[in-house]
Design a protein around this ligand. Structure first.
Ligand code: SF4
Length: 1086
C-alpha cells in the first residue's frame, strides 16, 4: 500500500491489490463495505452492514415477547401494563425505522449490482454525503479500471476482504466520520454511466454532477498488480485504480475542473445516482437512547417546562418553548371563554394549534373547575383523533407532575364499533354498517333473552361482562386513545365501545368526529346529555358548512326504492308470523288445556309486542323510556325535543297501517322519478303533492323515522344493515315533514355526463348549514371553530348564522422564508393560462401547463403534487399531454401517479409515490381539488417540494343543487353568488397548496397557475399566511420566470439555518422571553 501525494495537483491515497485485475464483484463489495463504514461512522447503523439484521431481529423478538406479556398480563397492575404498552410502541417505532433503513440499503445494493453488471467498465464511483449532490458535505471518490472481467455471481473473494480492510483502515486514519453535520442528510451513490443506460426505479434521473467547489473530495485509488504506480494520476481516472483522497484546500478548483473534464473526456455526460437518507447524529443518538431505555413511569413530561400566566389563568404548556402565534392564539381563545361565547380562529398548520388549544382549555378548567366543565373536541378523521389524544396525554402528564393527582382527568376518544369492537368475529365484517348489525345480533335484548334459555344462541362475552359489571364498569382517570380503549376492554373483558359511550357523560375531554355533534341521527344518541358549560372545538373546520349540509341531505335512487320495497315485504312477513304465533298458541293452549296464555309470555314472544307498542305510541314517543344498551339505534334525523311529547298520529300507530303508508310513499317516489324532465320544488309543495296524491300528511311524514325505529325493535330485527334502504326513505320523509325552508327537492332523470342512460335520482338538498349546527350553538356556551384555512373569516358567521365574540386570523412566524407562493399567469410562449371556461380546452393552455410541469420536474427534487379543478379536466389534460409526448418527457425526470375515484387504487398510487420519493427517483402526483387527497393527505418534506394548482377550483356552476343553494344564500343571508363561489374555490385552492407545508422546518413552493389569481378580488381571499409570503414580484409570472425563482428558492433552502431563530427572527420563545414579551404586551404583533 502506498500513500502518495504531492506528485500532482491531485492527491490520492493508493491501495494496491495483489491481483492482476479488480473484478466487478470486488468492486461491488468494496463499495458496499465503504458505504457500511460511512453509515456506521455517522451512527446510522449499529454495527457493520451485514450485522444490521441482528438489531432488527432483536427488536422483532422483543416486540413478540411484549405482545405475549401484554396478553398474559391481565392480573398485573395497570401501571405495569402501561409501561409494557409504551415499550411496545417504542419497539414498533424502532422496527419501522430500521425497516426503512434496510429498505434503502437494499435498494442501493440492488442498484449497484445492476450497474456493475450492466456497465462492467465503470471507472468511477462517488459517494456524496449531504442534502443533495449539489451541496455535498463530503465527497468520496472511487475509481476503477475499464474492461475488468465480470464473473458470475457476487461472491466475496479473499482479495475483496483484504482490500476492504485496507480501505477502511485508511479511512479511519484519515479521520473519516469523526465530524458532525447539522440536520437530516443523505448519502448519494453516484456512478458515471453511459447515457443509453435504462434507469430502473432505484435510480434518480441521470444528471451531470456539479458539486459546489468548497467541498474537498477524498480520493481513494485501488491499484492492481499490473498497474504502473507512476502513472499520471489524472489519467489514472481511466485506469485500473480506485482512489480516495483528501485534497488540500488549495487544490480545490483544480480538482473540480479535473472532475468535470473526466466526464467530458469519457463522453459520459450522465451520472446515475441512488441515495440513502440519513439522520443527524444527535437525532440518531437520542432515538437510540430512547429505544434502549426501558420505560419509566410518567417520564413523558421530562423536559416539559413552561408555566405562565394569561391574565388570571396559569397555563401549563408541555414544551420548553412556545411560538409567539401560539401565545396569541391562547389569548384570543381565553377571551372567548371568558365571554362565554363562540369564536373563529384561523392559524396555519404546523404552528402547534392543537396543543395551544388543549393547554389553554385544560388550564382554564383547572383554574375555574365549574366553568367550563368539559371539552368536546371534534376531528375529521380517526388519525387526527389519535394525534390529538397523544398530545393531550403529553400535556396531562405534565399537569399531573406539576399539580399532583388533583390534576388528573378522564379523556377518551369515541368512534364507531368498527374502530372499537374487540370481538374478532364481529370486527372482521367488511364495513361499518355490517359491524353495527353483527354487534346488534349478539347484544339485542331479545337475543340475550333467548340465549339464557338456549346456550347455542351466540352472545358477545365482552358485552355480557360489561353488563354484569354494571356500574363497576368504569374507566379510571387517564387519557385513552382508541387503541388504549381496546386494550383496556380486552384486559377487563368489557366491551370498549359501550364502555366509552357510557363514560362520555363523565369524561372531562371527549375527542370524536364531527358527526357526533352535527348529524342529528348520531348526536341524538351520543351527545344529548352534555352540560351547557362545555367547550366545543371543531378542528380543521374549513369545510364545516358542507358537513352540516351533508348531514341533512338525502339521495334516493331507483335501487333505494327497490330495496325499500323488499324491506317492507320482509316486515309484513314478520308481522304475519307474529299474528300466526298468537293465534296458534292461544288456540293450542285453550283447546288442549283450557287455559288462557299469560299476558307476560305473550308480550315476550308474539303479537303482544305489537299490542304493547301500539299502546305506547298512543302516549307518545317519550313514553318509550330508556332502551336497553344493545337496542339503541340511530336517532331521528330532525326531531325537535317537544315532538317527543306528542302522540304518534293514529293512522300510523298500527304496524300494518304504517307499512301501508310507507308502501304508498315509496310508490309515490317511484312515480315522481319516472319524469323525463328535471324538477325542482320546495318541501311545502312536495308535501302537499304527497298529501293530494297518496294521502300522507305532513305529520305522518314527520314521524316516519321514529315509527320505523319502534317497529324494527318490536319485530326484533337485528340485521339493520339489510334495512338501510327503508331507513333512507323514512329519513327523507321525516326531513321533508319537519322543515319547511332551507331545503329543495331536485329530481334529475339522468346523469348529465351520460344523458342517454336513464339514472333517475331524487335529492333532498339542504342549503342551510346553520340548521345542523344551530343546536350546537344553542346548547353549548363556547364553540370554537378553527382551521388553517378560514379566509375570508367574516363569511363563516353568515353561513352558519352565529355571532362570534372573537374572530381572528394569525399568520406564521418563520426564521426563514420557507414558503414560496407564486402566481403564474403566462406560459412559456407568454400566452395567458387559465381553466376559465373559454380557455379550458385550448390546446395552447394545455401545452403551457404541460411545459410548466416539465420544466419544474427538471429542477425540483423529490415530490411534486399537481391539483386539477376536476376529474374530467384532469383526464382530458393528461390525455393531451400523453398524445403530445409531454408526459413521456416528464417521466424521464419523475414517475407519475394519478388519483382516481377508487380509494384503494389511490391509496396504492400514494404508497408508490412515497416509495419513489424515498428511493430518490422523484415523483409527480396528479390529484383533484376537493378530492380525498386534497383534504386529508400531507405531502410534507421531500414528499412535496412543489405544489401546482392548475386553475381555480370553482364548483360546477351549472349544478342544480349549487344553483339552488346560491339562490337560498342570496335570499336568506344576502351572500352574493360570486362571493360565495370565489370564497369556496379559494379555500379549496388554499387547502390544496397547504399540503406541502406541515411544519416550520419544512419548505415548499406553491404555484397558482391561472391568470385570474393575479386579480386582487380573487387573491385576497387566500389565507393571510400565504398572502404574507406572496411578493408583488411573484404575481404575474411566466413559466421561465417561475423556473428561475424555483431555482433560487431551492438554492436558498439548501443553506444551513438556525432553527431557533437566533439570526434575528425569533420564533421560539422560552419562558423568560415570554415573560419579557408579556411585560411589553402592547408591542406584540401577533
Ligand atoms: S358488544 Fe362490543 S365487543 Fe361485543 S360485538 Fe358489540 S361492539 Fe363488539
Amino acid at each position: 500500500m502506498d500513500e502518495s501525494g504531492g506528485s500532482s495537483d491531485i492527491e490520492y491515497t493508493n491501495i494496491d491489490a495483489a491481483a492482476d485485475a479488480i473484478d466487478c464483484s470486488t468492486i461491488f463489495h468494496l463499495v458496499t463495505d465503504i458505504v457500511g463504514f460511512i453509515l456506521f461512522m455517522h451512527q446510522q447503523i449499529p454495527s457493520l452492514l451485514q450485522d444490521i439484521t441482528l438489531e432488527f431481529d432483536g427488536l422483532r423478538s422483543e416486540f413478540k415477547e411484549l405482545e405475549i406479556e401484554l396478553a398474559e398480563s391481565e392480573p398485573k397492575a395497570p401501571l405495569i401494563r402501561r409501561k409494557l404498552a409504551a415499550r411496545k410502541r417504542e419497539v414498533k417505532l424502532g422496527i419501522r425505522r430500521l425497516e426503512k433503513l434496510m429498505g434503502c440499503i437494499s435498494n442501493l445494493k440492488a442498484a449497484l449490482q445492476l450497474l456493475v453488471a450492466e456497465v462492467p467498465n465503470i471507472d468511477k464511483i462517488s459517494l456524496v454525503l449531504g442534502p443533495s449532490p449539489l451541496r455535498p458535505l463530503h465527497i468520496f471518490e472511487l475509481n476503477f479500471s475499464n474492461g475488468r472481467p465480470f464473473l458470475e455471481g457476487f461472491s466475496r473473494s479473499k482479495t475483496t476482504e483484504t482490500l476492504s480492510r485496507k480501505a477502511i483502515r485508511m479511512m479511519i486514519s484519515k479521520g473519516i466520520g469523526s465530524d458532525s453535520y447539522p440536520g437530516p442528510t443523505k448519502l448519494f451513490l453516484l456512478v458515471k454511466a453511459p447515457s443509453y443506460l435504462n434507469l430502473p426505479l432505484h435510480f434518480l434521473p441521470k444528471r451531470e454532477f456539479r458539486p459546489n467547489r468548497k467541498t474537498k473530495p477524498f480520493r481513494l485509488r485501488f491499484r492492481c498488480r499490473t498497474q504502473n504506480p507512476e502513472m499520471n494520476p489524472q489519467h489514472n481516472d481511466f485506469a485500473s485504480s480506485v482512489k480516495l483522497q483528501h485534497s488540500p484546500s488549495t487544490d480545490l478548483i483544480c480538482n473540480e475542473t479535473a472532475f468535470f473534464s473526466l466526464f467530458a473526456a469519457a463522453e459520459f455526460t450522465n451520472v446515475v445516482r441512488v441515495f440513502i437518507e440519513l439522520e443527524s447524529k444527535e437525532f440518531r443518538k437520542s432515538k437510540r437512547r430512547h429505544l434502549s431505555e426501558k420505560p419509566a413511569p410518567a417520564k413523558s413530561s421530562d423536559g416539559a417546562k413552561m408555566k405562565f400566566q394569561i391574565e388570571d389563568i396559569t397555563v401549563y404548556f408541555p414544551y420548553d418553548n412556545i411560538y409567539p402565534e401560539q401565545y396569541s392564539y391562547m389569548l384570543e381563545l381565553k377571551r372567548a371563554l371568558d365571554a362565554k361565547g363562540h369564536c373563529l380562529l384561523e392559524m396555519p398548520t404546523g404552528t402547534g394549534k392543537t396543543i395551544a388549544l388543549l393547554s389553554l382549555i385544560t388550564s382554564y378548567v383547572l383554574a375555574k373547575p365549574s366553568n367550563p366543565v368539559k371539552l368536546l373536541y371534534c376531528t375529521r378523521t380517526v388519525h387526527e383523533m389519535e394525534k390529538t389524544l397523544a398530545e393531550l396525554r403529553f400535556l396531562h402528564d405534565f399537569q399531573v407532575k406539576e399539580l399532583g393527582p388533583s390534576a388528573r382527568i378522564l379523556a377518551l376518544g369515541l368512534s364507531s364499533r368498527k374502530n372499537l369492537c374487540v370481538n374478532p368475529r364481529v370486527v372482521s365484517a367488511e364495513n361499518r354498517d355490517s359491524v353495527d348489525a353483527a354487534c346488534r345480533k349478539l347484544t339485542a335484548s331479545w337475543v340475550r333473552e333467548t340465549a339464557i334459555e338456549n346456550p347455542n344462541v351466540p352472545k358477545c362475552d365482552f358485552f355480557e361482562s360489561y353488563e354484569k359489571a354494571a356500574s363497576d364498569a368504569v374507566l379510571p382517570p387517564g387519557v385513552y386513545t382508541l387503541q388504549d380503549l381496546r386494550a383496556f376492554g380486552k384486559q377487563k373483558g368489557w366491551c370498549p365501545y359501550f364502555l366509552a359511550r357510557r363514560m362520555v357523560q363523565f369524561a372531562n375531554v371527549v375527542v370524536y368526529s364531527y358527526q357526533y355533534l352535527l348529524d342529528p341521527k348520531v348526536a341524538g344518541i351520543i351527545s344529548k346529555e352534555m352540560q351547557r358549560e362545555t367547550v366545543v372545538v371543531f378542528d380543521e373546520a374549513h369545510n364545516i358548512d358542507n358537513v352540516c349540509i351533508e348531514a341533512l341531505s338525502v339521495n334516493v335512487r331507483t335501487q333505494t326504492l327497490d330495496g325499500a320495497s323488499r324491506n317492507l315485504s320482509r316486515m309484513s312477513q314478520e308481522i304475519e308470523r307474529l299474528d300466526l304465533n298468537l293465534n296458534f298458541l292461544s288456540l293450542f293452549l285453550h283447546k288442549s288445556f283450557g287455559i288462557i296464555p299469560p299476558v307476560r309470555r305473550l308480550k315476550a314472544t308474539d303479537a303482544g309486542r305489537l299490542r304493547a307498542e301500539y299502546n305506547r305510541l298512543v302516549d307518545g314517543l317519550a313514553q318509550r323510556g330508556d332502551l336497553p344498551t344493545g337496542n339503541t339505534w340511530l336517532a331521528n334525523p330532525a326531531l325537535p325535543d317537544d315532538i317527543l311529547k306528542e302522540a304518534v298520529p293514529g293512522n300510523i300507530r298500527r304496524a300494518e297501517h304504517f307499512l301501508s303508508v310507507l308502501r304508498r310513499f315509496v310508490q309515490y317516489l317511484k312515480g315522481r322519478m319516472q319524469t323525463e324532465n328535471v324538477e325542482k320544488e320546495g318541501p311545502v309543495t312536495f308535501v302537499a303533492s304527497i298529501n293530494s296524491q297518496v294521502g300522507i300528511d305532513q305529520k305522518m311524514l314527520k314521524f316516519c323515522y321514529d315509527r320505523l325505529h319502534s317497529l324494527m325493535l318490536t319485530l326484533e330485527i337485528t340485521d339493520t344493515d339489510e334495512f338501510l334502504h327503508i331507513q333512507t326513505i323514512c329519513d327523507l320523509a321525516t326531513l321533508v315533514g319537519t322543515y319547511t325552508r332551507g331545503f329543495s327537492i331536485i329530481i334529475e332523470p339522468f346523469d348529465e355526463r351520460m344523458p342517454h342512460i336513464p339514472d333517475p335520482v331524487l335529492q333532498l338538498c339542504c342549503h342551510d348549514a346553520s340548521l345542523a349546527i344551530k343546536p350546537v350553538f344553542e346548547r353549548f356556551q363556547s364553540v370554537v371553530i378553527t382551521s388553517g384555512t378560514l379566509s375570508p373569516i367574516d363569511l363563516y358567521p353568515r353561513l352558519l348564522n352565529f355571532n362570534p365574540v372573537v374572530s381572528r386570523s394569525f399568520t406564521i412566524s418563520l426564521t426563514r422564508d420557507c414558503i414560496c407562493p407564486m402566481v403564474l399567469t403566462r406560459g412559456s410562449d407568454q400566452l395567458p393560462v387559465s381553466t376559465k371556461y373559454d380557455l379550458r380546452s385550448d390546446p395552447g393552455v394545455e401545452k403551457n401547463y404541460g411545459k410548466l410541469l416539465l420544466e419544474m420536474a427538471s429542477v425540483v427534487p423529490d415530490g411534486i403534487v399537481c391539483f386539477f379543478v376536476s376529474y374530467s379536466y384532469m383526464d382530458g389534460i393528461v390525455n393531451s399531454w400523453h398524445e403530445s409526448g409531454i408526459l413521456k418527457e416528464i417521466m424521464k425526470h419523475k414517475l407519475v401517479f394519478i388519483e382516481t375515484h377508487d380509494v384503494v387504487e389511490t391509496t396504492l398510487a400514494l404508497d408508490n409515490y412515497r416509495r419513489a420519493c424515498d428511493s430518490g427517483r422523484g415523483a409527480v402526483f396528479f390529484s383533484v381539488a376537493r378530492g380525498k387527497v386534497a383534504e386529508g393527505i400531507d405531502f410534507d418534506r421531500h414528499y412535496g417540494r412543489l405544489v401546482i394548482m392548475f386553475g381555480i377550483p370553482f364548483q360546477y356552476t351549472l349544478s342544480r343543487i349549487l344553483l339552488a343553494r346560491l339562490e337560498y344564500l342570496r335570499e336568506t343571508f344576502q351572500i352574493k353568488e360570486g362571493d360565495f363561489l370565489t370564497f369556496d374555490a379559494l379555500r379549496q385552492a388554499a387547502q390544496c397548496v397547504g399540503r406541502v407545508i406541515r411544519s416550520k422546518a419544512d419548505y415548499g413552493m406553491m404555484i397558482f397557475a391561472d391568470k385570474r389569481y393575479s386579480r386582487h378580488d380573487k387573491r385576497s381571499k387566500l389565507p393571510s399566511w400565504i398572502l404574507s409570503h406572496l411578493r408583488d414580484a411573484h404575481l404575474n409570472l411566466s413559466t421561465d420566470m417561475a423556473v428561475h425563482i424555483a431555482r433560487e428558492f431551492l438554492r436558498k433552502m439548501a443553506q444551513p439555518y438556525d432553527k431557533s431563530g437566533a439570526m434575528g427572527k425569533r420564533t421560539l420563545l422560552s419562558q423568560e422571553d415570554l415573560e419579557k414579551m408579556v411585560n411589553g404586551v402592547e408591542e406584540m404583533v401577533f
